[in-house]
Write a protein of this length. Structure first.
Length: 718
């Protein structure tokens, strides 16, 4: 069975990069060292955008120059010599990795049959089975909708598959599976059936059938539906294609995809009805009346939201118009180009939407579609790629997302005014990680998401000033805090605070958990939880852990964020809660109660506190492996453990590290994070009746996504 996979297509523009990204992500979450190899590229010097994109996710840590084979010129000059060079360079990549994703050529220099045949020869000589990509649409034609072309019928795709499989057979390449990309969403079953029907007659050899010849039953056929976002160019791409410059607007919004083009070389009254959602509008620079009308329409809320405006012709805007634009401060990108209307529109319609590392929406959309429509476990089974004993950060992150996706919990995000939260929400929704409620004024939240080019349409947007919920929450909060003298009027004011409002949603079962803190302090986030959610009956304190993802394993550190100087009883609670948290995330808990002394070698109040806490843990959880007091090196290093605590089941193998105080814990986790390059996920709060988790105010989008996944898992396993 092969541990490498060759992704090839019959023609250009089939979206191989989308498929390659999905395959790569699947493999990197299973094995530690996954490489990418590009056998043929335009140049070995100029950057290949597909290879650059995939190397962002590859984990074999190989330089760009190692991962490329030969150029098209090399192939044209001497195909056999080029093939030998490809095999030689591939072998070096193969030796340094657990598996290789090989991405075939792009059909830019030679005819389709010849190029497919050569790709098949490469695959056969590399011993890599082919994942065949078929395009669900014919070659693109110009039209009003960007990236659109005629969809292929199921019958046409069946014929295309039969032709491609004959090429593979003649080159003695083995077939792994077929993916129809950009398929008609309304015809997925028919498409799969038609392509599968082409398999028995083709006789392509492969290594997963009983007789060595694939059949409709043994070869998977998957279909990924067309998605407008993936084929749409960004405003940045359009600016580059038209040799334009940004005249006004928010540069961040250049990452938004343009889903249509409207040429506004007509009167204002005729332009306005033609505006389309997500369109780029081409306006002659001397038609300032149309420019202002389009800007006003975009801001009004009664017209579609636009992706941007391109002013063509090279005319300088009159000073009053420039002053007006400066005063309006619309975030909508306005691009200026010297081109005429025809050339501008032509260049825009010819601009391809590319999957890029810096386009989170495209990446999330591509991965979401791949995960939904391609059976990852079946793919891994075909490649016979066993799971690595090591757990890399990517593998752990993938495990979190898979667990959360299976749980399908409902999480509330109170900070709907933060762009990072909106970007994270779009990722969470597109990947199916959780259902979401976002707090904020619905019009403002949705408008900002549209401006950023984000799809949060499936999220529920709730105003914290919603009268029905506010009065309902106020009554409950007043009841809970009556012993503190809280009146109903005071409660009505309190619950409009987003942290209190979100916590009340969790308390009253309208959400399963809450994630906040990107724009608020830790105290502001967790105080409502202490007042409303409260601790579990068997826990005396709320504490926290960080999930420390090292290069090859994940450790649990607690408490690093909440309790400054825990007592022995509190320390025991922290240890028990941390062990439970570890188990929630698939980490076998072996608890080290840390101190500056190991075993009986030291004395003092601090050591005695840890020793007492260890005894309490053993009394409460006799089945839980725990050791203490123990020094960090004896807990983490097998050689040191053999000297200091021989025979201990925890020493040298600890997975849960309990620090004696907050000062030690907080500094240690940060030291490990910075010096060892560990990814610290957290703080994860534990001990509450329902999960509430805090974010760092410097949290990145991926940090928020991971915390949502963690919270969903906590809610599912509580």
């Amino acid at each position: 069975m092969a541990h490498s996979i060759y992704i090839s297509s019959v023609e250009g523009n089939t979206g191989k990069s989308t498929i390659a990204l999905g395959v790569l992500e699947t493999l990197t979450h299973t094995a530690a060292r996954i490489a990418v190899f590009r056998p043929v590229a335009r140049s070995t010097v100029e950057p290949d955008y597909v290879l650059n994109l995939l190397l962002e996710s590859a984990t074999a840590d190989l330089p760009y120059s190692t991962c490329i084979g030969v150029t098209y010129d090399d192939v044209h000059s001497d195909p056999d010599a080029a093939l030998s060079r490809i095999v030689e360079r591939y072998k070096a990549v193969e030796a340094a990795s657990d598996a290789v994703v090989i991405v075939g050529s792009d059909y830019t220099d030679v005819g389709s049959p010849t190029e497919l045949s050569y790709n098949a020869r490469i695959a056969a000589n590399l011993g890599a089975p082919v994942l065949l990509a078929l395009g669900g649409r014919a070659a693109q034609v110009q039209g009003e909708r960007l990236g659109q072309s005629d969809p292929r019928t199921a019958h046409e795709l069946g014929d295309l598959a039969e032709m491609a499989l004959a090429e593979l057979r003649s080159a003695h390449a083995s077939l792994l599976a077929i993916v129809v990309n950009r398929a008609d969403p309304e015809q997925l079953p028919e498409t799969i059936a038609a392509v599968r029907a082409a398999l028995p007659a083709s006789g392509v050899p492969h290594d997963h059938g009983a007789d060595g010849i694939e059949s409709a039953e043994s070869t998977p056929v998957w279909a990924i539906p067309e998605d407008a976002v993936l084929v749409a160019p960004t405003m940045q791409s359009i600016m580059d294609a038209t040799d334009g410059s940004l005249l006004a607007g928010d540069p961040e919004l250049l990452s938004r995809e343009a889903l249509a083009v409207v040429v506004a070389a007509m009167s204002m009254n005729n332009v306005l009805p033609r505006l389309l959602e997500g369109a780029v509008v081409v306006v002659p620079a001397d038609r300032t009346d149309v420019l202002l009308a389009v800007l006003l329409a975009n801001a009004s809320g009664t017209f579609p939201s636009l992706a941007g405006i391109v002013l063509n012709g090279g005319f300088e805007l009159p000073e009053p118009i420039q002053r007006l634009l400066a005063g309006v401060r619309s975030p909508l990108p306005i691009i200026s180009t010297e081109l005429g209307s025809y050339d501008t529109a032509l260049r825009i319609t010819r601009t391809r939407g590319r999957l890029a590392a810096d386009s989170s929406r495209k990446r999330d959309t591509a991965l979401g579609l791949f995960e939904t429509h391609v059976d990852a476990e079946a793919l891994l089974g075909l490649l016979n790629l066993s799971r690595s004993a090591a757990v890399t950060p990517l593998m752990f992150e993938y495990g979190l997302i898979e667990q959360a996706r299976a749980a399908r919990r409902h999480i509330v995000l109170p900070e709907g005014s933060d762009d990072r939260v909106l970007r994270a929400a779009a990722t969470v929704l597109s990947r199916g990680i959780a259902r979401l409620t976002i707090l904020g004024e619905p019009f403002e939240v949705r408008s900002r998401a549209i401006e950023l080019g984000l799809d949060i349409s499936t999220a529920e947007i709730v105003s914290p000033f919603d009268d029905v919920l506010r009065f309902k929450f106020a009554e409950e909060y007043a009841r809970l805090r009556a012993h503190k003298g809280i009146s109903l009027d005071q409660a009505r004011d309190t619950v409009t605070d987003v942290s209190y409002f979100g916590t009340m949603m969790v308390h009253m079962g309208l959400a399963d958990g809450m994630v906040s803190g990107a724009a608020h302090t830790t105290a502001h986030t967790i105080r409502p939880a202490f007042e409303i959610i409260k601790t579990r009956p068997d826990v005396s304190v709320v504490s926290s852990v960080f999930l420390m993802s090292l290069a090859d394993r994940v450790l649990v550190y607690g408490d690093c964020a909440v309790i400054p100087d825990p007592t022995a009883t509190q320390l025991a609670d922290i240890a028990v809660s941390s062990a439970e948290t570890a188990a929630q995330f698939g980490i076998d808990p072996r608890v080290a109660m840390l101190s500056y002394s190991t075993g009986e070698s030291g004395a003092g109040a601090d050591v005695e506190k840890v020793r007492e806490a260890t005894l309490l843990v053993r009394e409460r959880r006799p089945e839980l492996p725990v050791e203490g007091p123990i020094q960090y090196d004896a807990a983490a290093d097998a050689a040191v453990a053999a000297s200091k605590l021989p025979g201990s089941v925890v020493a040298g193998r600890a997975t849960v590290f309990i620090f004696p105080d907050l000062n030690t814990g907080n500094n240690t986790y940060k030291a490990v994070q910075r010096s060892a390059g560990a990814i610290a996920m957290g703080p994860v709060l534990q001990g509450l009746n329902k999960p509430i988790n805090d974010l760092s105010r410097g949290a990145l989008v991926q940090d928020i996504v991971n915390t949502v996944a963690i919270t969903a898992i906590q809610a599912a396993t509580a």
